[in-house]
Design a protein around this ligand. Structure first.
Ligand code: KIV
Length: 261
């Protein structure tokens, strides 16, 4: 899937995005989705950290390379980790390294005003960038928690202007996370580029979910916006429990699973 094809979906068909952190899962998702995102959420759901902030660029590249090996069709998007795009110079160096070493098609980065010059710089150098506004998980320690955004007239107006600025800077899409539904609609209607929502209602141009959330694999807190399409944790635990019991009781392996001369 190319950036042009993603842009062409605005107002025509919904864009489907999902995260993946390895080739195995990515290869299972690829035929059904438009975008596979190697989100920095991997630090929490894959690596059991309390937030995304201590993910390093080399770890992110490692996971994106693995996902690249499992993706044939979808657009491969990679999250720039916290601290890897604090100036135009640093952002260009890290995004270039990311694209070259991981094989990602584009990068995503969080930020409103401070992201404008960075997006201009990266897109000017031929690196496609998706913005990310609203609830920005990389601000969690600064803001003291995960806060829903876009409540009230002034905040909706401010967020819409922020989105328009990122579009003008060259972003090809914008993730809206944790944005009040009416505000997400207002932003989506104001932009020529697609919005991809997570916890931002029904009117965004697309949706993204963290795969371990939607497959019911995560054992911690489940936010309101997460729909579990599978009770993955119960299925997996039951399967491993059965395997362990069968090994202990010598029910597995049988001759069926053994090599004979
Ligand atoms: O890190 C991530 O998975 C994300 C999505 C939640 C959009 O940024």
């Amino acid at each position: 899937m190319s950036i042009t094809q993603i842009l062409g979906k605005k107002g025509r068909e919904k864009i489907v995005a999902i995260t993946a952190y390895d080739a195995l899962f990515a290869s299972l998702f690829d035929e059904f989705v438009d975008i596979i995102l190697v989100g920095d959420s991997l630090n929490m759901s894959f690596n059991a950290q309390k937030d995304t902030l201590n993910l390093g660029i080399n770890e992110a590249i490692y996971h994106t390379k693995a996902v690249r090996n499992g993706v044939k069709k979808a657009l491969l998007m990679a999250d720039m980790p916290f601290g890897s795009y604090q100036s135009e110079k640093q952002a260009l160096k890290n995004a270039t390294k990311f694209i070259k070493q991981s094989g990602a098609d584009c990068v995503k980065l969080e930020g409103e005003d401070r992201a404008i010059s960075i997006i201009k710089k990266l897109t000017g150098e031929g690196i496609a960038v998706c913005g990310h506004i609203g609830l920005m998980p990389q601000n969690v320690r600064f803001e003291g928690g995960y806060k829903i955004k876009g409540r009230g007239y002034d905040e909706a107006k401010r967020l819409t202007e922020a989105a328009l600025n990122l579009e003008a800077a060259g972003a090809f899409a914008i993730v809206l996370e944790g944005v009040i539904s009416d505000t997400a609609k207002q932003i989506t209607d104001a932009l020529k580029i697609p919005t991809i929502g997570i916890g931002s209602g029904v009117d965004t141009d697309g949706q993204v979910l963290v795969f371990s959330d939607m497959l019911g694999l995560y054992q911690g807190f489940k936010p309101k916006f997460v729909k579990e399409y599978l009770d993955g944790k119960t299925l997996i635990k039951n399967a491993v429990k059965t395997y362990a019991n069968e090994v202990k009781s010598q029910k597995f392996p049988t001759d069926e699973f053994s090599y004979k001369a």
